[in-house]
Design a protein around this ligand. Structure first.
Ligand code: GAR
Length: 204
């Protein structure tokens, strides 16, 4: 099977990017291969992780674009330049518009640190603590033009403990993110996922 070319969009630390790179190194991401990384912020740790793995990286700085549409168009050009089949948002903290997403239906996925549809947007773990939920988790979903509203591919649950802070909860959720995201990307690349409306089925 020809490899599925994956471009990873990042904004910060890049531990989810690292989980993809590590999975690729062990063969667990197959038939997907990470061919490029794009950050909307210069100087972030995720870019160092790409460099350490020998994966080419670009910066498309949102602050250099007058509006969302211009940023999205520039981002899309870089994704096309990498010849991407699949785009993975791994800690990418910008909302994408139809300018970016046009023609990429079912080819853009995101990891989010909550059990969607609960707690979309920023600081999901803080939202979970504020609501007093006893279970939270993470979600891999297809990206549409809404805020964390696309069809759900996979989820993992994580307990919320009485003594949790935002940081401790974040760390526990990240462990599951690092397992869930590479598995979902491999499933997608291998054609094991079938979507019917909002429901995504995994076939062995
Ligand atoms: C992760 O927890 C990811 O789920 C979250 O940001 C963190 C990035 O960590 N993403 C969002 O909140 C998107 N709305 P990382 O840079 O170490 O992968």
């Amino acid at each position: 099977m020809a490899p599925t070319r994956v471009v990873v969009l990042v904004s910060g630390g890049g531990t989810n990017l690292q989980s993809l790179l590590d999975a690729e190194a062990t063969g667990a991401l197959s038939p997907a291969t990470v061919v490029g990384v794009i950050s909307n912020r210069p100087g972030v740790r995720a870019l160092e992780r790409a460099a350490a793995a020998g994966v080419p990286a670009r910066v498309v700085d949102h602050r250099e674009h007058a509006d969302r549409s211009s940023f999205d168009a520039a981002l899309r050009r870089e994704v096309e330049a990498f010849g991407a089949h699949l785009v993975v948002l791994a800690g990418f903290m910008r909302v994408l518009t139809a300018t970016f997403l046009a023609g990429l239906e079912d080819r853009v996925v995101n990891i989010h640190p909550s059990l969607l549809p609960a707690f979309p947007g920023v600081r999901a773990q803080s939202q979970a603590l504020q609501h007093g939920v006893k279970v939270t988790g993470c979600t891999v979903h297809f990206v549409d033009a809404g805020l964390d509203t696309g069809a759900i591919i996979a989820q993992a649950a994580v307990p919320v403990l009485d003594e949790d802070t935002e940081e401790s909860l974040q760390a526990r959720v990240l462990v599951e993110e690092h397992r869930l995201l590479p598995a979902a990307v491999a499933d997608l690349a291998a054609g094991r996922l079938r979507r019917e409306g909002r429901r995504v089925y995994r076939q062995p």
